[in-house]
Design a protein around this ligand. Structure first.
Ligand SMILES: Nc1ncnc2c1ncn2[C@@H]1O[C@H](COP(=O)(O)OP(=O)(O)OP(=O)(O)O)[C@@H](O)[C@H]1O
Length: 367
């Protein structure tokens, strides 16, 4: 729970007829944080943003901006700002006029407006000469920057982003991700960003909320979500993963052909597995080793090398176990495993690199 939240959602529910899009969610976002909400299509990301900026009404619950309740305040009076997915720049205006628009609304005099617009162009790495350029003559990436400059000209308390990069090509998206992160650091503003792209979330965010069917499954930093997911859903959403349904009795872990070496390393895990109603052992592909003859590991499993896939700098190996499960092993190109399809292999990993998922859904509690 953040110490100094700028934005708080308390039991926010949203229904459309009989359908519940948000199930009473709680959330607190820290001042100056880059907070990303990520989840599959239809999980409720846009619904949250629409409620936050006032484009739609809550069914029940409250939204607070610092110590002020804002859910009943009309959109145009909320001190927040949204960068739309479709940019909504004024096509008949120049870049400068677009950026200055919010300042003009506030009746700031022309010389000051222009100075601020040029400052913002520079902040967004656009040349000052773009001030007189027509928006229609800008590229897609440049328009995104102009839209961001205009959003910053509003000087909002919080900037909301609704998938602003989704329409751009891969290279441009990658470079704008880094620029947005950098912009966040330079402005010190609070950014709330929604995306269905996990990669985007990982590159930019201080914290990530994973959404599923109108609820948050987990809210944490990227590292924790990746290495300690609270559910199978989060584990799989965060990338390639090997999962084993396991049970434990008398300190021994069993399941799906796994061999767990008894001892200190696995006994704490065994206790957690015994206590859990439904436990899954998780190991990411990059932590799995091909074991040499005589080599031992905390966890071991045998199988047949089923496929080898070169992915540029990395190689993925698919191994089929005795129970028919397909496991993935990832190696860097320089650490490639020297084997061929059809080989019998032994895989192993340490208890420290594995994680037990107790499959209890997570809800952040807000005081
Ligand atoms: N006006 C509406 N009337 C009825 N159902 C709606 C309405 N708006 C959203 N929904 C439903 O609410 C759920 C959440 O929608 P939302 O747009 O928030 O999802 P999302 O996570 O943003 O998805 P995407 O990534 O596809 O944009 C979906 O099942 C959607 O069909």
């Amino acid at each position: 729970m953040p110490a100094n939240p700028i934005l708080r959602l308390k039991s926010v529910r949203k229904t459309f007829g009989h359908f519940t899009a948000l199930h009473g969610i709680d959330l607190a976002i820290e001042e100056g944080e880059f907070f990303t909400i990520v989840g599959p299509s239809g999980s409720g990301k846009s619904t949250i943003i629409r409620l936050l900026v006032g484009m739609d009404e809550l069914t029940s619950g409250e939204i607070w901006l610092r110590d002020k309740r804002i859910d009943q305040i009309p959109a145009n009076l909320r001190p927040t700002c949204m960068v739309f997915q479709s940019l909504a720049l004024f096509p008949h205006m120049s870049v400068g006029q677009n950026i200055e628009f919010p300042l003009k609304l506030r009746k700031i005099d022309p010389a000051k407006r222009k100075a601020r617009a040029i400052e913002l162009l520079q902040l967004l790495h656009l040349p000052a000469s773009y001030y007189d350029k027509r928006v229609t003559e800008c590229s897609g990436g440049e328009r995104q920057r102009v839209a961001l400059a205009r959003a910053l000209a509003f000087d909002p308390e919080i900037l909301f982003f609704d998938e602003p990069l989704s329409a751009l090509d891969y290279r441009l998206r990658k470079s704008l991700e880094k620029e947005l992160k950098d912009l966040h650091a330079r402005t010190g503003k609070t950014f709330v960003y929604i995306t269905h792209s996990l990669e985007e979330a990982l590159v930019m965010s201080d914290r990530i909320a994973i959404m599923k069917s109108g609820r948050f499954e987990q809210i944490s930093d990227a590292d924790e979500i990746y290495s300690k997911p609270v559910s199978r859903f989060v584990a799989e959403f965060m990338g390639e993963v090997n999962l084993f349904q396991v049970t434990a009795s008398d300190g021994r872990i069993e399941g799906a052909g796994l061999i767990a070496a008894p001892g200190d390393a696995t006994s704490t895990m065994a206790e957690r597995i015994t206590a859990a109603r439904d436990a899954t052992l998780m190991i990411r592909p990059e932590y799995v080793q091909f074991l040499a003859d005589g080599q031992v590991a905390d966890f071991e499993i045998s199988g047949t090398l089923n496929g080898i896939y070169a992915l540029g700098s990395r190689i993925h190996y698919e191994v089929k176990t005795g129970s028919g499960q397909i496991l993935t092993v990832e190696k860097l190109r320089e650490d490639r495993y020297d084997g061929s399809q059809g080989d019998t292999v032994r895989l192993g990993w340490s208890a420290a690199s594995a994680h037990v998922i107790e499959d209890t859904p997570f809800e952040e509690k807000v005081a």
